[in-house]
Design a protein around this ligand. Structure first.
Ligand code: BES
Ligand code: MN
Ligand code: ZN
Length: 495
C-alpha cells in the first residue's frame, strides 16, 4: 500500500487521540507552537517535559516520541532556519516518517511545516514522506525484521484556502515521489529481472497509464535504422537490445513541435564487455540503466502533471556482456550519424549508445536535447556522491538547471567542455576513438557526445556518482537514490 496523504480541518486536539501529532520545534533556544496549549493536559505536560530535556536540541530531523494513555505526539526538530526551505521540509518529513516506521506507528498527523506557500509546503511534505518511507522488498521472502512502512500522513490546516492549495501540493508531490521511486525500483532491480525486453514491458505499462505513445524498436529495426553503435554494444548478450521512443504531446496546437528531447543511457548490466571490469563492486552495474529510467519516469510525470510541453524520451537499452558475439577493442563501429568510432575499451559503452540516440533525437527537431547517463567513473572522482555533473555550451540551459537543482535539492556542478579535450578522442583509423586516457575522463566523454548533437542546444548530465546511497540519508534510505527525475521535472516545469 502506498502512503496516503490528505489535508484536514480537524484540530490537533482531536487528532492526537487517533494518532501522534507532530510538534515542530526549532533549534534551541526555541518555543513550542502555540497550539500545544489546546492539547489534553497530560499530553501537553509530556511534550513540555520532552522539550525541556537536555538531549533534544531541535536539530533538523531529530525526533522524540511522546505517548500518553489516550493521546500521543512526535516532536521533530526543524533546525535554525527562520523560513524553512523546501529541502529542509523534505528532510524533516523523511526523518519523521522513518522514526514512526521504526516505532511501528502506522498513522501520523502534522501541521504544514515550511515557508508561507501551502502548495510548496505540502508538496515537500509529500515528497519527503513518501521517499523516506520507501523500501525495496520485491525479493524478500521474510519481511518480519524490516520497519513497517507508515500508512498515512494527515496534514491539518484550519484555513480553507490554504487547504485547497495543500491538496494540489499533495497531488504534485505524489507525482514527483512516484517518479523518483520508479527510478529507485529499476536501479534496485537485478539485471536477471531487468533485461532490455523486460524493461520495455515495464515502460509500456507506465506509458499506458498516461497518454504517452511508446514505440519499441527491436534488433532488426535498430539495424535498419542504422544504429550501429547500439547493435555493437548489445551484440555480446543473448538479451537483445531495444530502443524506446516515448512521445508526450501536452501543448495545445503545434502538436509537431518538440520542446525537449530527453535521452537516457539504458545499460541494463555493464560487465565492461571484453574489457571486463574487476569483479569487486561489479554488481553495482545493474544500475547502469538509471539515466533511461530518469527520462522515462520524467516523461510520465510530465504527462501526469499535464505540463504544456511536447516531449520525446529516447532510451537505448542494451546489456554489455563479453561473449563470442561481443564487440571487441580495436573494432570500428559505424554510427547512425555516419561517423566511425574506434573501440579502445568496450567498457566505454554508454557514450556509444548515446551517440546513436543523440543523432536519432535530431529527427524531432527539438528546441533542446538533454541527456542523462551514469557515464563515467571520472565524475565520481570529481564530485563524489553529492552532486552530478552537467556539461553544456548554453548558459541559459545551465541556468535553468541550476534553478531546478535549487528547488529539487538534487545538486549539480557545471563541468568544462572545452574543445581541447578532443585530443583524447583522436584515432589513427577512424573518425574518433571511444576512450582517451584517465585525465579529464568526464569531459572527454562529454566531448564525444558533443560530436553527435549537431547544432542543437544540448546539455549532458553525468549521474554516475549518484546512483546508490551507501548509507541512509534523510529522505533516501540506503540503496538506489532515484536521483535525477525530480531535477529534470523541475527543469521542465519551470515558468
Ligand atoms: N557505467 C560506467 C560508469 C560508472 C562508474 C557508473 C561508476 C556508475 C558508477 C561506464 O560505462 C564506464 O565503465 N566508464 C568507464 C569509461 C572508461 C573505460 C573510459 C570509466 O569511467 O571507468
Ligand atoms: Mn562501462
Ligand atoms: Zn556503463
Amino acid at each position: 500500500m502506498p502512503l496516503q496523504l490528505s489535508c484536514t480541518n480537524q484540530t490537533p486536539a482531536s487528532l492526537c487521540r487517533q494518532m501522534p501529532v507532530t510538534v515542530p520545534v526549532g533549534k534551541k533556544p526555541s518555543k513550542l507552537p502555540a497550539w500545544v496549549s489546546t492539547l489534553p493536559d497530560d499530553l501537553r505536560g509530556s511534550i513540555n517535559a520532552a522539550f525541556r530535556t537536555e538531549g533534544f536540541e531541535g536539530k533538523t530531523g531529530e525526533t522524540v516520541i511522546v505517548r500518553c494513555p489516550d493521546s500521543s505526539a512526535i516532536l521533530v526538530g526543524t533546525g535554525s532556519e527562520r523560513a524553512i526551505s523546501a529541502e529542509s521540509a523534505r528532510k524533516i518529513y523523511g526523518s519523521l516518517i522513518l522514526s514512526a516506521a521504526k516505532a511501528k506507528i502506522p498513522h501520523v498527523a502534522s501541521p504544514l511545516i515550511g515557508g508561507h506557500d501551502a502548495l510548496e509546503s505540502a508538496e515537500a511534505a509529500t515528497v519527503g514522506s513518501i521517499l523516506g518511507n520507501y523500501q525495496f522488498t520485491d525479493f524478500r521472502t521474510d519481511r518480519s525484521k524490516l520497519p513497517v512502512p507508515v500508512q498515512s500522513v494527515t496534514l491539518w490546516e484550519p484555513d480553507a484556502n490554504k487547504r485547497r492549495k495543500a491538496t494540489t501540493g499533495i497531488e504534485s508531490g505524489m507525482v514527483l515521489a512516484e517518479a523518483t521511486c520508479r527510478v529507485r525500483d529499476l536501479v534496485n532491480t537485478p539485471s536477471n529481472e531487468l533485461n532490455p525486453h523486460k524493461y520495455a514491458l515495464i515502460a509500456a505499462k507506465w506509458c499506458d497509464e498516461t497518454k504517452i505513445k511508446l514505440q519499441v524498436l527491436g534488433p532488426d529495426e535498430i539495424k535498419r535504422a542504422g544504429m550501429g553503435a547500439v547493435l555493437a554494444v548489445g551484440g555480446g548478450s543473448v538479451n537483445e537490445p531495444r530502443f524506446l521512443i516515448a512521445t508526450y504531446t501536452g501543448r495545445k496546437g503545434r502538436a509537431k513541435e518538440v520542446d525537449f528531447a530527453l535521452v537516457g543511457k539504458g545499460v541494463t548490466f555493464d560487465s565492461g564487455g571484453i574489457s571486463i571490469k574487476p569483479s569487486e563492486n561489479m554488481w553495482e552495474m545493474r544500475g547502469d540503466m538509471m539515466g533511461s529510467a530518469v527520462v522515462l519516469s520524467t516523461i510520465c510525470a510530465a504527462a501526469k502533471l499535464k505540463l504544456p510541453l511536447n516531449l520525446v524520451a529516447l532510451a537505448p537499452l542494451v546489456e554489455n556482456m563479453p561473449s563470442g558475439t561481443a564487440y571487441r577493442p580495436g573494432d570500428v563501429v559505424r554510427t547512425l550519424s555516419g561517423q566511425t568510432i574506434e573501440i579502445i575499451s568496450t567498457d566505454a559503452e554508454g557514450r556509444l549508445i548515446l551517440a546513436d540516440a543523440l543523432s536519432y533525437a535530431q529527427r524531432f527537431q527539438p528546441k533542446a536535447i538533454l541527456d542523462v547517463a551514469t557515464l563515467t567513473g571520472a565524475i565520481c572522482i570529481a564530485l563524489g556522491e553529492v552532486r552530478c555533473g552537467i556539461f553544456t555550451e548554453k548558459d541559459d540551459l545551465a541556468r535553468r538547471l541550476d534553478k531546478a537543482a535549487a528547488s529539487s535539492g538534487e545538486r549539480l556542478w557545471r563541468m568544462p567542455l572545452d574543445e581541447d579535450y578532443d585530443e583524447g578522442l583522436a584515432s589513427e583509423v577512424a573518425d574518433i576513438k571511444n576512450s582517451g586516457g584517465r585525465y579529464g575522463g568526464a569531459s572527454i566523454a562529454a566531448r564525444l557526445l558533443r560530436k553527435f548533437t549537431g547544432d542543437y542546444p544540448w546539455v549532458h548530465i553525468d549521474i554516475a556518482g549518484m546512483d546508490l546511497a551507501p548509507k541512509g540519508r534523510p529522505y533516501c534510505p540506503k540503496g538506489a537514490t532515484g536521483f535525477g527525475a525530480r531535477l529534470v521535472i523541475d527543469f521542465l516545469r519551470q515558468k
